[in-house]
Design a protein. Structure first.
Length: 352
C-alpha cells in the first residue's frame, strides 16, 4: 500500500505532496486539471514495483528499466519520449518519491532530454523482494470488455500505440480464469451487492465471446450489454478470479461513467467496503453524487477518506487542497456549479 507521495515538475504540476494516505482516496477537479495523469503516474510506479518483485525471469531486468518501460507504455508519449512528462514551465527535472508499506521507497528523476531510459532511480539493492507482495489494477474510464480482442490484437500482434498499459494490463488480469471455491467473506459481500445492481453477472465465455452478461437463463454478448453493467462487471470478474483482493492497490478513473445516480451511490458503498477489506483505492471523479456519497459514508462510519481537490488557473501550475471527507465536501468547482444551477432555477421560479 502507498503511504505517501512527493512529485515535482510533472506535466502541469509544480509540486504535489500527500502523506498519510487512506484506504480510499479521491482526486477531484475540472477537466484538464491533471487527475488522470496523476493516477497514471502512481499506477506506473506501483505496477513497476509489483512486476519487479514478482518477476520469475532468469535474466532479471533492472528496476529502472522496468519503470522506464512501464511509464513509456502507460503514457505513450511522442518521439521525445519520457521528457514530455516534464513540466515545461519549470527549470527543474521531474522527480518523484513514493513510499510504500514497510518503508519501501521508490524515487526517480529525469529531465526534458530523457527519451527511453531513466538513469537516476532507486537501485535494485534498495528494493526488498521479501516483503509482502501487492498487486496493482487500473480501471480506465472507458470499459474494456467490448474491445477486449481489439486491445489484445493491437498490443500483442502489431505492438501499436492506441491502447496504453492501463488497458492492456487490465485485460491480462481479466484473462485469469475465475477460481472455484469461496471468496473471502468481505469480498463476497462486495461482489454480491455489485451484481445485485443489475440483477445479473458477467461471466467468462468462449474464445469468440470472451465475456457474456448472464441474466437468469439468458446470455448477452458485450455489444448488447449496457455500459454501466460492463463497468461493474470488470470489478466482479476481478474479485471472482482473485486478482482484486487484500493488498491490491486499485486505481479507478471516473468509475461513475455510464452509471445511474442510484448505482453511483451504491458503487461508493462498495468502494468503501473494499477499502475496509484491505484494498487501497485511488479514484478520479467530477461527479457530485459519488463525492457526496463518499462524504456521507465517511461521516456515518467515522472513517477517513482523503479528498484531493485540484484546480488550475490560466498560465499557473495545478494547485491541490487536501481534506478529509469526514468533515464534509470541500469547496470545489463541482459544488460551485451545482449551487449555480440551483440558483438559476430559483431565479426562474421567482421571475428574476
Amino acid at each position: 500500500m502507498i503511504k505517501s507521495i512527493n512529485i515535482k515538475s510533472f506535466l502541469g504540476f509544480k509540486n504535489f505532496e500527500a502523506e498519510d494516505l487512506a484506504p480510499v482516496n479521491i482526486i477531484i477537479g475540472p477537466n484538464d486539471s491533471g487527475k488522470t495523469a496523476l493516477l497514471k503516474l502512481l499506477y506506473g510506479v506501483s505496477k513497476s514495483l509489483e512486476n519487479y518483485q514478482t518477476s520469475q525471469s532468469v535474466v532479471q531486468q533492472s528496476f529502472k528499466k522496468v519503470l522506464s518501460e512501464k511509464l513509456l507504455n502507460t503514457f505513450q508519449p511522442r518521439k521525445n519520449g519520457l521528457g514530455e512528462l516534464v513540466n515545461r514551465g519549470q527549470s527543474e527535472k521531474l522527480s518523484a518519491e513514493v513510499v510504500f508499506e514497510n518503508n519501501q521507497v521508490i524515487h526517480f528523476s529525469f529531465g526534458e532530454t530523457t527519451t527511453t531510459n531513466i538513469v537516476d532511480c532507486t537501485e535494485d539493492n534498495e528494493i526488498d523482494k521479501q516483503t509482502e507482495e501487492h498487486n496493482s489494477i487500473f480501471v480506465p474510464a472507458k470499459e474494456v470488455l467490448t474491445a477486449f480482442d481489439a486491445i489484445a490484437l493491437t498490443r500483442e500482434r502489431f505492438n501499436m500505440i492506441g491502447f496504453d498499459d492501463t488497458y492492456y494490463d487490465l485485460i491480462l488480469d481479466l484473462r485469469v480464469p475465475v477460481q472455484q471455491g469461496r471468496i473471502i467473506s468481505e469480498f463476497s459481500k462486495v461482489n454480491n451487492e455489485l451484481e445485485e445492481l443489475f440483477e445479473g453477472t458477467i461471466v467468462q465465455g468462449p474464445k469468440e465471446n470472451p465475456f457474456l452478461f448472464k441474466k437468469g437463463k439468458t446470455e448477452y454478448s458485450m455489444p448488447l450489454t449496457a455500459e454501466g453493467i460492463k463497468k461493474v462487471g470488470i470489478l466482479t470478474t476481478l474479485i471472482k478470479n482473485r486478482r482484486l483482493n487484500r493488498n491490491t492497490v486499485l486505481f479507478m478513473d471516473e468509475p461513475e461513467t455510464a452509471l445511474h445516480p442510484k448505482a453511483v451511490r451504491s458503487l461508493a458503498e462498495m468502494i468503501v467496503m473494499m477499502g475496509k477489506a484491505g484494498v487501497q483505492v485511488f479514484i478520479t471523479s467530477h461527479n457530485y453524487f459519488l463525492i457526496k456519497q463518499l462524504a456521507i459514508i465517511a461521516k456515518r462510519d467515522k472513517t477517513s477518506i482523503n479528498c484531493f481537490s485540484l484546480t488550475r488557473e490560466k498560465d499557473q501550475p495545478i494547485s491541490c487542497l487536501k481534506s478529509d471527507l469526514r468533515e464534509g465536501v470541500p469547496d470545489n468547482p463541482i459544488i460551485t456549479e451545482a449551487l449555480e444551477m440551483f440558483n438559476d432555477e430559483i431565479k426562474l421560479d421567482l421571475g428574476i
